[in-house]
Design a protein. Structure first.
Length: 115
């Protein structure tokens, strides 16, 4: 059974930083694409960033230059460093692990950016 557990969310002022973590159980981490998604109230869930098994990354235009995704395969953990946070970054942030025939979601962690 695969579980993804996010942590690191919280309340921060605009311009501040947060670091999210997502720890994965099971034996799929090293071969999985890992992603961070977010969902703001009244909006659809959207892709923030992904990182492939080899470390290639992709970012939504709205977070380029501010957010950085990284992974530690030895710790089965993916990170999201968020800098220069804006009120519009407020959302529940979800971790996802997926491959050719599977996909798993974490339970989400709330990030609130005050103006």
């Amino acid at each position: 059974q695969v579980q993804l557990v996010e942590s690191g969310g919280g309340l921060v002022q605009a311009g501040g930083s947060l670091r999210l973590s997502c720890a994965a159980s099971g034996n799929i981490f090293s071969r999985s694409v890992m992603g961070w998604y977010r969902q703001a109230p009244g909006k659809q869930r959207e892709l923030v960033t992904i990182i492939g098994p080899g470390g290639s990354t992709n970012y939504a235009d709205s977070v380029k230059g501010r957010f950085t995704i990284s992974r530690d395969n030895a710790k089965n953990t993916v990170y999201l460093q968020m800098n220069s946070l804006k009120p519009e970054d407020t959302a529940v942030y979800y971790c996802r692990a997926y491959g050719d025939n599977y996909g798993y979601w974490g339970q989400g962690t709330q990030v609130t950016v005050s103006s």
